[in-house]
Write a protein that binds this ligand. Structure first.
Ligand code: SF4
Ligand code: MG
Length: 338
């Protein structure tokens, strides 16, 4: 299957008062329709910036971008603001962590969903309202024909999140970018929203990029996984490969710092020491080296002097100087406890 979205060697650097921030530094991935790519990493790993860039929502004056972002064959990086606006909402749309920030308090839920639809289809107000009711029903809002006239503050947090999903999907976008959409919700509502997204994906064949810091969420929803650290991809593969057989010390660290994904084994949690790197002045060589437990296993200080390259074969790869044999030995404890 042809990729619907293809990102090639993307670099996003922006200028701040303190210097150039290399937020994304050479990222490539493909996504086909109906599939979910999970992008995981700590805050500041470049995952949100990547997606704002795909949507064309970055500050163009302050940002230097290299590479290619092809959506259905069209290069988004050379598209005009007008073209991007037409694509946003229609071909690609986004849901965020904070529904309140993307819904206006001054207009009813129905008006907001309907207006998005009207903008892209040019339909009548009556049709737009009908469509809004239908979308609210689809995302599981009870009595949608009544609730359509409510304002956002009359909805619970979970319902607002559903309304935002309804708004994002009202034009049947082929690409949905979900940036930590369930982080602020309690576990039950979180599970409901995830199920909803999976159902809608089944129904519409949407390609989804799901951004999160939570590997449990990745385990639930992703087909493929991309692990980001310091603006770079450090590991990628299918969900099964990355979560079941991690090949990068950072991924291993993430897995060891969260409750067992299987939930059956009582593994002690060990957080990764230190904090994410500054992208103003990133560490030399492997950007993870100041925090890596295995950096001293690689001869000749290679970890701090030379960037490990990401070599991808059939969608699987990791960027680390350790040899296969070393990884097998060093990561054995992980395998034993899972
Ligand atoms: Fe750790 Fe070195 Fe591998 Fe980086 S390259 S993850 S520092 S072992
Ligand atoms: Mg973010």
């Amino acid at each position: 299957q042809q990729p619907f979205l293809s990102v090639k060697d993307l670099k996003v650097h922006f200028s701040t008062e303190d210097g150039i921030v290399k937020a994304v530094d050479g990222l490539s991935f493909d996504l086909v329709k109906g599939q979910t790519l999970g992008i995981v990493g700590e805050s500041g790993s470049g995952k949100s910036v990547t997606n704002l860039t795909i949507l064309g929502l970055h500050d163009r004056d302050r940002t230097a971008i290299e590479g290619e972002i092809l959506l259905d064959g069209k290069d988004l990086l050379t598209a005009s603001e007008r073209e991007l606006e037409r694509l946003r909402g229609n071909k690609m749309s986004m849901i965020f962590q904070d529904a309140l920030a993307s819904l206006s308090p001054y207009h009813t839920i129905g008006t907001q969903i309907g207006e998005t639809y009207r903008k892209h289809t040019g339909c009548s107000k009556a049709e737009a309202r009908k469509r809004a009711v239908e979308m609210l029903r689809r995302v599981g809002i009870p009595q949608p024909d009544m609730r359509v006239d409510d304002y956002p503050h009359q909805f619970s947090g979970g319902m607002r999140q559903r309304a935002m999903i309804a708004m994002a999907l009202v034009c049947d976008p082929e690409l949905l970018i979900a940036d930590e959409p369930t982080t602020a919700l309690d576990v039950t509502v979180q599970a409901q929203i995830m199920d909803l997204l999976k159902d809608l994906q089944q129904e519409f064949g949407t390609a989804i990029i799901f951004i999160t810091h939570d590997l449990g969420v990745i385990a639930d929803i992703a087909d493929d996984v991309l692990v980001m650290y310091g603006g770079r991809c450090v590991e990628r593969g299918t969900k099964k490969q990355v979560l079941g057989d991690p090949q990068h010390p950072y991924t291993l660290g993430l897995l060891n710092s969260m409750p067992s994904l299987k939930g059956s084994v009582d593994v002690p949690l060990t957080p990764i020491p230190g904090s994410p790197p500054s992208l103003l002045n990133p560490p030399s060589g492997c950007r993870f080296h100041p925090r890596c437990a295995f950096a001293d296993k690689v001869a000749g200080n290679l970890c701090s002097s030379e960037r490990p390259l990401l070599e991808v074969v059939e969608g699987r790869g990791s960027a680390c100087h350790l040899t296969e044999t070393q990884k097998q030995e060093l990561f054995a404890d992980f395998a034993a406890t899972r």
